[in-house]
Design a protein around this ligand. Sequence first.
Ligand code: FDA
Length: 310
Amino acid sequence: FRSLSALPRDLILATTQNQRMVRVGQRWGMRLGAARFVAGETLDDCIPVLQRLAQRGIRTYTIPLGESVSDRSEVERVVRLYEQMVERLAHEPFDKTLSVKPTNLGLVLDEELAYENAVRILTAARAEGLFVRVEMEESRHVDATLRIYRRLREAGFDNTGVVLQAYLYRTEADLRELLPLDPNVRLVKGAYLEPAAVAFPKKADVDRNYCKLVDIALAGGGFTALATHDDAMIEHAIARLAGSPAAREGRYEFQLLFGVRSQLPDRLVERGHPVRVCVPYGRDWYVYFGRRLAERPANLLFVLKSMVRG
Ligand code: FDA
């Protein structure tokens, strides 16, 4: 059984899977408090935010928001959007990268289509010296996503990386299998609603596994993106980094989400660590916002306050 404390998270995540709730959420726009986590509805809204973070010595990555797309014309629209983003961001002088969700590339329709679309985006990105990470979504997509990542690396794309989720039992084995590729891996706890058959139901087990994955990844020859806001995980990683080849060779960075623990990026930068903040934008922000609420139901209080203020 899931613990009682997990209930609000499950409940909030369930509303993000309900199309009616998504429409209602979208209608109320940024007033619901999403503006705290999302840079705006367009890339033009997002770029000044990226610039301001760069001035504080913080690297960034951006992602246009939107969940699984269900037909080929929508997929094509997403790929064109990425090509435009690459073109637009290439002219900005600061350190920036992109992330993409495989279901947005058509993974649910056809794995081959998703792979080919990833190739299109990475080809455009490589020409402009940009890095694009393939994100990880629900557990049913993990095998296909890892297959796509491996194929991209075999095809010579070094400007890409993958994400591994500490809540999945399988992840330690996945990480060990990737290590010979010297992968660029983002380690996260995991943001989706998963059954106990595939994911640790208890936070303590997820945390323990996260620390184990940090140890394994940092001992390898790849690049590790430590994506967590959890002080215990961060301090564990900092202790492991001390004197390590990964630290000496700059093969790591901390990654944080825009609007979550907003003082944390500066504090890590002051301590001499590279930090990259994810700054999403887009009109389809509701599901992303719901996930941030689910991670910390206390954020609901913040939403209620902004509704009262109007
Ligand atoms: P945890 O949830 O235990 O939180 C630790 C502490 O951080 C909390 O006590 C609180 O203080 C603070 N905190 C965390 N979330 C907060 C919030 N929303 N609002 C306010 N405070 C908060 N997941 C995934 O499945 N696939 C992916 O590709 C990615 N990508 C990704 C990129 C980056 C840069 C980050 C930081 C995270 C992701 N995630 C993700 C999400 C990830 O799986 C996870 O859901 C969140 O990071 C929350 O977990 P924490 O590690 O922060 O710890």
